[in-house]
Design a protein around this ligand. Structure first.
Ligand SMILES: *Cc1c(COP(=O)(O)O)cnc(C)c1O
Length: 389
């Protein structure tokens, strides 16, 4: 008789052989452009704290004050006794920020995506997803029990051909700004095709909210799309907002149905109220401090011009997510390690997070970076051989 799960060490070996072994780095500092890693200070180019709010003094003091007011734990799920005044106020502010009837907080973005799709879809329905969607959207679609179709990245014609053959309730689901490529979903065309087929449209704008649009309203704002064009908007609070959690915004009926039916809303503990208060402070900064968006844009442009001069293989991205395609898993790890040696933290992204053969360095910028940081990164990328293939 063999021991249950005795194959695990073999599985680990095989993961390592493919260059897919993942391990954690232990960080001993707040998030910021400098991180302390293993006792060493390195320049950080892999955080999603795009606006530099994760350690902002206003956000910190809102959090601390709220701990005095509410304590730490929220005690239960929202539907029992965990829904505080802080959560409620943040939901109202997020609804106003996104120009929607209502917003509903979830404890994480992963749970929000699972919750929406399993509440709205079931057997006999169909869900259509961009093949580069975030894992939580793909998992949500699979979990929902609906017929699951992937369309080629950004390919509205391909989507259209799937829609023609579908029956039941239809839901189109896409990242707004794609998390690993940094490009934008063609939302105006998706909205039109959704209307043509009487399908719902859900956009996960984890990487656009706060960063794009005049006041940080995200990719929908950038395109001038409203609730009628994109009925379901999901956003995360752990990226541009610098805190934690997520929300879904849309019509009164959508939000009420989620409260009644979304299992990842109902059966989980509410976020700490202090996190909601911290997010209210960060939302104020997101709305008022345009310079953060302007700075990100300028840094991104500087990088993209410099990188092209060095022959680095960039993707079609104008967002602060600037991937450099390397290809092979082992090679991307070596370059990332050489960068770390030189004092630059840049993440190596491998399958299954991205398609086979498209392993990449994922460079992200923060509004707190300076031009000199971008220039020194370019120099380090060149020296680490990121352009030679
Ligand atoms: C990060 C991310 C999520 C998950 O959000 P969490 O709050 O971290 O669980 C969902 N969708 C996209 C596109 C993301 O980038």
């Amino acid at each position: 008789m063999t021991l249950a799960f005795s194959q695990l060490s073999g599985d680990l070996e095989s993961i390592a052989k493919q260059g897919l072994y993942r391990s954690r780095r232990v960080i001993n500092s707040p998030q910021g452009i400098y991180l302390k890693v293993d006792g060493r200070t390195v320049l950080n180019f892999c955080s999603n704290d795009y606006l530099g709010l994760a350690n902002h003094p206003d956000v910190l003091s809102a959090f601390k004050n709220a701990v005095d007011q509410y304590g730490v734990g929220s005690g239960s799920a929202h539907l029992i006794c965990g829904h505080s005044l802080a959560h409620h106020a943040l939901e109202e502010e997020l609804a106003e920020f996104t120009g929607r009837d209502r917003a509903l907080l979830f404890s994480t973005g992963y749970m929000a995506n699972l919750g929406v799709m399993s509440a709205l879809l079931g057997r006999g329905d169909a869900v259509f997803e961009d093949r580069l969607n975030h894992a939580s959207l793909l998992d949500g679609g699979l979990m929902s029990g609906a017929v699951f179709k992937r369309y080629r990245h950004g390919d509205v014609e391909h989507l259209n051909s799937h829609l023609k053959k579908a029956s039941g309730h239809k839901l189109i689901v896409t990242d707004g700004v794609f998390s690993m490529d940094g490009d934008f979903a063609p939302l105006p065309a998706l909205s039109k095709v959704a209307q043509d087929h009487n399908a719902g449209l859900m956009v996960d704008d984890a990487h656009g909210l706060g960063i794009l649009g005049a006041k940080g309203g995200g990719l929908l704002d950038y395109y001038g799309l409203k609730q009628a064009d994109v009925p379901i908007l999901m956003g995360t609070l752990g990226k541009g907002f610098g805190t934690f959690g997520a929300f879904v915004a849309g019509s009164e009926d959508l939000i009420e149905i989620l409260i009644q039916k979304a299992r990842t809303y109902i059966y989980t503990t509410a976020l700490p109220a202090a996190v909601a208060e911290a997010t209210r402070a960060s939302l104020k900064l997101v709305i008022t401090e345009d310079w953060r968006r302007d700075k990100l844009k300028a840094l991104t442009e500087r990088f993209s011009v410099g990188a092209r001069q060095l022959g680095l293989q960039l993707m079609n991205s104008t967002s602060p997510i600037q991937p450099i395609v390397i290809g092979e898993n082992q090679q991307v790890i070596e370059i990332s390690q050489a960068l770390l040696q030189a004092g630059f933290l840049v993440s190596a992204i491998r399958p299954p997070t991205v398609p086979q053969g498209s392993a990449r360095l994922r460079v992200t910028f923060s509004a707190l970076h300076e031009e000199a940081h971008v220039d020194s990164l370019l120099d380090a990328l060149d020296k680490a051989g990121a352009g030679l293939r």
